[in-house]
Design a binder for this molecule. Structure first.
Ligand SMILES: NC(=O)c1ccc[n+]([C@@H]2O[C@H](COP(=O)([O-])OP(=O)(O)OC[C@H]3O[C@@H](n4cnc5c(N)ncnc54)[C@H](O)[C@@H]3O)[C@@H](O)[C@H]2O)c1
Length: 331
């Protein structure tokens, strides 16, 4: 089967080619999928996409007209896919529901430790022969309350890590996980999570219902100086409201691996260009904000698992064997 792989980086090519073993004809394109680049999928039965490829109704229509029958997402989230339009166009959707929840959960912990112990600032001080500690004061994680929003595969893994560090873990999820409750996680209402948490971490999918879940109202209910961590999806957090919270010190620390407008920025080297996004530029001015460019998933184990499941999805579609496929069901 001929497959156009969009937004492909050298590491995607390496892991997908290795998992493919020559079975499918993979055509790699560095460009992201959008209305202009969709033409590159001509003659392809499938396209393989990543988090910032555009899969709105307009792109899906172009793909369908060119004969594309399958969109194989090589990620877990699919908030950018117009599911109704895909169904209307008769396009099948697959994804990689699980690759390494540890990769994202461990990166979440890295952001927490970096912010708390000011490692980003300490690193530069030492390189400037400055060993003063003023301004680097942290706090013990032991005994602090961590609020986890969404306790699926990643949130549950993260919750267990924080329990292991001696934190009190509270969570909000419409579908509580009994095993986590047994392990010591208390499920609470959102308002209680806002008011009790020293650290709040987002691990739910972005849906129309929870866009800007963290907004000005929610921020007012939180403990002053709260630490916010978002490795979920950028749209879960109202960035402008959080910037106001940082300025008033209601938000004490902010760790982001995702950003609302990341599709214009992340995964590319823009170092010789001027940054045009003023909101993002403001975030970069705070000493208590750490941002990574959607790299939480980026471990060897995760990339190997993503490639393996993506190839199974392609082969399952070709063989019409649903047991091999991880389908995204229509709403
Ligand atoms: N930064 C990264 O590199 C990266 C990588 C993978 C996934 N993610 C993000 O992490 C999210 C979670 O991934 P997962 O594999 O744990 O998914 P999952 O499907 O296993 O778990 C999601 C959980 O969120 C819960 N949920 C849904 N809506 C909610 C809401 N409004 N409030 C609270 N909980 C809600 C669900 O009940 C479920 O338990 C993905 O949807 C994706 O957006 C980020």
């Amino acid at each position: 089967m001929k497959v156009a792989v969009f937004s492909s980086k050298p590491y995607d090519k390496a892991f997908l080619t290795s998992a493919n073993q020559g079975r499918h004809e993979l055509v790699f394109h560095e460009t992201a999928l959008n209305t202009t680049s969709a033409i590159l999928a001509q003659d392809c039965t499938a396209v393989c996409c990543f988090v910032n490829d555009q899969l709105g109704a307009d792109v899906l229509e172009i793909l369908a007209k060119q004969g594309v029958k399958l969109i194989a997402m090589r990620c877990a989230g699919y908030n950018q896919v117009d599911l109704n339009a895909a169904r209307a166009q008769g396009i099948t959707l697959t994804r990689v529901p699980e690759y390494s929840p540890h990769a994202i959960a461990e990166h979440t912990l890295a952001l927490i430790l970096m912010l708390n112990r000011q490692l980003h600032r300490a690193h530069y001080r030492v390189h400037e022969n400055d060993y003063s500690l003023d301004g680097l004061l942290g706090f013990d994680l032991f005994g602090k309350t961590v609020g986890v929003i969404g306790t699926g595969k990643i949130g549950a893994t993260f919750a267990r890590i924080m329990l292991g560090l001696g934190c009190r873990v509270i969570a909000y999820d419409p579908f509580p996980d009994e095993a986590l409750q047994t392990a010591g996680v208390d499920y609470v209402a959102l308002d209680a999570l806002w008011s009790q948490s020293d650290i709040i971490s987002l691990h739910c999918p972005l849906t129309p219902d929870n866009h800007h879940l963290i907004n000005a109202d929610a921020l007012l209910k939180m403990k002053p100086g709260v630490m916010l961590i978002n490795t979920g999806r950028g749209g879960l957090l109202d960035t402008k409201a959080v910037i106001a919270g940082l300025k008033s010190r209601q938000v004490g620390y902010l760790g982001l691996d995702v950003y609302e407008e990341e599709s214009d920025l992340f995964f590319e080297d823009h170092s010789s260009q001027l940054l045009q996004d003023d909101v993002f530029a403001r975030l970069l001015t705070f000493p208590n904000v750490v941002i990574t460019g959607h790299q939480a998933f980026f471990t060897r184990e995760a990339l190997a698992a993503i490639a393996d499941t993506t190839l199974k999805n392609l082969t399952g579609f070709e063989q019409q064997d649903r047991t091999l496929m991880h389908l995204i069901e229509s709403p």
